[in-house]
Design a protein around this ligand. Structure first.
Ligand code: LLP
Length: 404
């Protein structure tokens, strides 16, 4: 059951909202920072996982870099304190405007995903009279054994340059005197649970690929292994902090490092998933023909992961646990939202305490790819953030830019 200090204060806040456990978030970030120092592996937080200003300012203040996927993410990351030179700019479809913007801001490196992109970035940087650091994102053709929507390192995926493109990439890099070859980047997928096996395989493949580029006369100064570390969605209380240590030590052990070579990773989910909970309230308990529906006031517009990926999130009735009153018997429910779509379902056939109108319900492990993937579908407002250490301040609406 979610540990909360003040159910009274929490239950007065208008639902739905995202509740962030700041103590857990700090402990996760501090562990990541100390492992990074110990192993010498630089961490670039993947801003796409959660761009809550307060959370990411806490990450930038710990010295992490950032992994960004759009011009606005770069502007926001810098506004939140990330040093421009610590920013990696990834994505298969960077626009000219975004490229110019990133060049002018002096970001650390462009992670390019195709030969076409190398030529465009080399050309645009030349027009600005700038040098540009380029990292090649490689598609190593490794199966990370995760959901096919979040698998990114197979030949069938749109991401990265696969081995047939290596020679062409090397030739192109040499054609542009203003391009500095920064290194190689890999990201094979997300929510990887088989940490040791998958990342050992990835490291072995990376070692081979580095040798290919070195044989072509290039110095691979940086190796970036992307993100992908999974979290325990089934039992968040058993594993509130993901296996950051196993992950970074596996990389440290299996990746062959040359002197002066830097290692980087780009975790998103692992940094933020477990500290977030989508809080919602029961509107109606509807008895269907052969199902009992718990209709709550959060919808798929607030959290799309179950609808989009069939993702599992643990669902708990906090009122039954913290609200006082006698112990409740159990019932099986389909927990659904108010949006006009059958896919607006957070969980089917869930065994929970008997629930009544007004009960506060927690949808767990929603700190990553939750609030950031929300939409206004059905003209519903965006759920705000509430922080465990600032309950009295109430909800905070999404704030992308300080100047707005
Ligand atoms: N680096 C690159 C190049 C990426 O594409 C991603 C995630 C990351 C780092 C961070 O990966 P993480 O550590 O979070 O696994 N919306 C999906 C996940 C999409 C992941 C996209 N790329 C979900 O809700 O499961």
């Amino acid at each position: 059951m979610l540990q909360i200090e003040d159910f009274g204060a929490l239950s007065k806040i208008e639902t739905p909202f995202y509740y962030y456990d700041i103590d857990l978030f700090r402990r996760t970030a501090d562990l990541a920072a100390s492992l990074s120092r110990e192993t010498g592996i630089e961490i670039h937080y993947s801003v796409k996982a959660n761009s809550d200003r307060r959370l990411i300012e806490m990450l930038s203040s710990r010295g992490f870099g950032a992994d960004c996927v759009s011009g606005d993410e770069i502007v926001f990351a810098v506004d939140c304190g990330f040093r421009p030179e610590s920013i990696m700019f990834a994505g298969v479809g960077k626009t000219d405007k975004e490229i110019f913007q990133a060049l002018q801001m002096g970001i650390g490196s462009f992670n390019v995903e195709s030969l076409e992109e190398i030529a465009i970035i080399g050309d645009l940087a030349g027009r600005l009279g700038r040098r540009v650091s380029i990292t090649l994102r490689i598609n190593p053709n490794i199966d990370p054994h995760t959901h096919h929507y979040i698998t990114t390192g197979l030949y069938e995926d749109k991401f990265g340059i696969s081995d047939v493109g290596f020679d062409g990439a090397v030739t192109l890099l040499r054609q542009f005197p203003n391009i500095d070859f920064y290194g190689l980047q890999f990201h094979i997928g997300s929510q990887i649970m088989d940490v040791e096996e998958v990342f050992r395989l990835e490291c072995e493949r990376v070692n081979e690929i580095v040798r290919i580029f070195e044989a072509n006369g290039l110095t691979v100064r940086n190796i970036d292994l992307g993100g992908g570390l999974g979290v325990d969605y089934d039992e968040p209380d058993l594993h509130p902090i993901p296996e950051l240590e196993k992950w970074l030590r596996t990389i440290d052990r299996h990746l062959v490092r040359r002197p002066d070579q830097k290692l980087h990773v780009e975790p998103g989910r692992a940094m933020v998933a477990q500290c977030g909970t989508l809080m919602t309230r029961v509107l109606y308990v509807k008895k269907g023909e052969n199902r009992r529906f718990l209709i709550v006031d959060a919808g798929m517009n607030d959290l799309i992961r179950p609808a989009l990926y069939g993702a599992y999130h643990k669902i708990e009735n906090l009122s039954a646990h913290y609200g006082g009153g006698p112990a409740r018997e159990s019932r099986v429910y389909d927990v659904v939202g108010p949006v006009c779509e059958s896919a607006d379902t957070f969980g089917t056939q869930r065994l929970m305490e008997k629930s009544v109108r007004g009960d506060l319900i927690a949808i767990r492990s929603t700190g990553a790819y939750g609030q950031v993937m929300a939409s206004h579908y059905n003209m519903r407002p965006l759920a705000p953030a509430v922080y465990s250490d600032r309950l009295s301040e109430g909800p905070r609406r999404k704030d992308y830019y300080s100047q707005q």
